[in-house]
Design a protein around this ligand. Structure first.
Ligand code: SAH
Length: 418
């Protein structure tokens, strides 16, 4: 992923969260602790790996309350705990709006119910391994989730991007990525597993937890590690909660799903009917070029993607958004720009140009400003709307997948405060 701003096609919606001072000072809470926010890029010591069972915060042996559906939660509340069903909404409100990280915090629930919940469920199952804060206000968490089945512990990244009134979270959908885009750090070791609903929601809650009390998340971009359309089974229920009034209350207009272009899943998204924004990572206008950069293109093809995009536009009436990572000397040429303009002219499309964010060990180059401007002009002259993303969090390896690799490479141990 690239933790870069100006990325959401929901941008036009404007507005924002009720906010206080976005000046990066004050105290933030991380994983249940208050930590000082420093103005320069820093790494905040992760909390102790010791399980915080006394707080009821992390106990991977218990399933997360967030891993069961609303219907299952309601059944548990009424049939197992013998409580009225409105208790479920109370619990939801505590977790998503009042930032409760333990059932013990939920003071308006009967004590017996709190104890029963704590005995059977956890809320978070992950650990914060690293917490980095950039001097531009971008924050990044490296989370580790416990082993699952044949899979070992899984590390993923999520990022908070601060921009004026906007507070955007960049969310991961998988541990690693199976798409193999040649310039991307997330897919270098392939995909290990898909993240579960509660693991996707935990990223949102943990990032909410680093915001001051008077701020909340305003936008979600599924642009972290992984291919969200390869994990719709977990991504959709998580976004359902994120967009519900009792969850984070973020309008689907402000939620963007970014995809390499899995056309069947784009159609599936349309069937579901929830109108999230879609961004398609195109990166090349022709099959010969795209096959070199995005291996999955061999199965789908640029035509297949454009047809799926047209169906999406027809059904939703939304402007098409394409992401285009500019790789110096590869897809930033005049010819590529003209081919892209041919492909998109007259389509009411927005192209998000993302200058390549260097990944250690990969041979690609960020294009020169001249090449970026030339590429942009060719498109604009043909009526294609272009946005060039501002880089965010450069000093904290914010291009997703990078931090995870850096930490693994230097074999830095999980901070162990115990
Ligand atoms: N699998 C989804 C989400 C991936 S990350 C997708 O392909 O869209 C979101 C965006 O970041 C994608 O457009 C991806 O191509 C881009 N990206 C990945 N690595 C990058 C890098 N090193 N520099 C710039 N952008 C990158």
């Amino acid at each position: 992923m690239s933790a870069e701003s100006g990325s959401s096609p929901a941008d036009e919606s404007g507005g924002g969260p009720p906010l206080g001072r976005p000046d990066g000072t004050g105290l933030i809470a991380s994983a249940g602790r208050s930590l000082p926010v420093l103005s320069n890029a820093v790494e905040v010591a992760a909390p102790s790996r010791t399980r915080q069972t006394e707080l009821g915060v992390v106990d991977p042996r218990k399933p997360s309350w967030l891993s069961i559906s609303a219907a299952e939660q309601e059944r548990w509340v009424t049939e197992v705990a013998g409580q009225p069903k409105f208790r479920r909404k109370q619990i939801e409100k505590w977790i998503f709006q009042q930032r409760a990280t333990s059932f013990a915090d939920m003071t308006d629930l009967p004590l017996a119910l709190r104890e029963r919940l704590a005995a059977e469920f956890s809320i978070f199952t992950g650990q914060v391994v690293r917490h980095q804060i950039s001097k531009d206000g971008t924050e990044k968490l490296l989370l580790e989730f416990p082993p699952m089945g044949r899979h070992g512990a899984g590390r993923i990244e999520c990022v908070l991007i601060r921009e004026k009134l906007r507070r955007t979270i960049c969310v991961s959908s998988q541990v690693g990525c199976g798409m193999g885009c040649v310039f991307c750090a997330s897919g270098l070791d392939g995909v290990d597993r898909s993240l579960q609903v509660n693991e996707i929601l935990e990223q949102m809650l943990r990032i909410t937890g680093v915001l001051p009390a008077e701020e909340r998340l305003s936008h979600i971009v599924m642009m972290g590690m992984g291919e969200p359309l390869a994990n719709l089974a977990n991504v959709l229920p998580a976004l359902e909660v994120a967009s519900s009034d009792f969850g984070l209350g973020i309008s689907p207009r402000r939620i963007t799903i970014s995809t390499v272009g899995l056309t069947k899943s784009i159609d599936r998204l349309l069937e579901v009917g929830k109108r999230y924004q879609l961004a398609i990572s195109l990166h090349a206008p022709t099959n010969s070029l795209r096959n070199q950069i995005v291996p999955t293109n061999e199965k789908i093809g640029v035509e297949g993607i454009m047809e799926a995009a047209a169906r999406f536009k027809r059904e939703t009436g939304r402007r098409l958004t394409f992401e285009y990572v500019l790789l110096g000397g590869i897809n930033d040429t005049l010819e590529a720009a003209e081919d892209l303009a041919d492909l998109l002219a007259g389509q009411d499309a927005l192209v998000n140009i993302i200058p390549y964010n260097p990944v250690a060990g990969l041979p690609y180059a960020t294009p020169s400003n001249h090449a970026i401007a030339r590429f942009r002009k060719v498109l604009e002259d043909r009526g294609v709307v272009v946005k060039c993303r501002q880089r965010k969090g450069d000093d904290i390896d914010a291009a997703c997948g990078q931090l995870r690799r850096m930490v693994a490479k230097s074999s830095v141990e999980i901070a162990n405060g115990s």
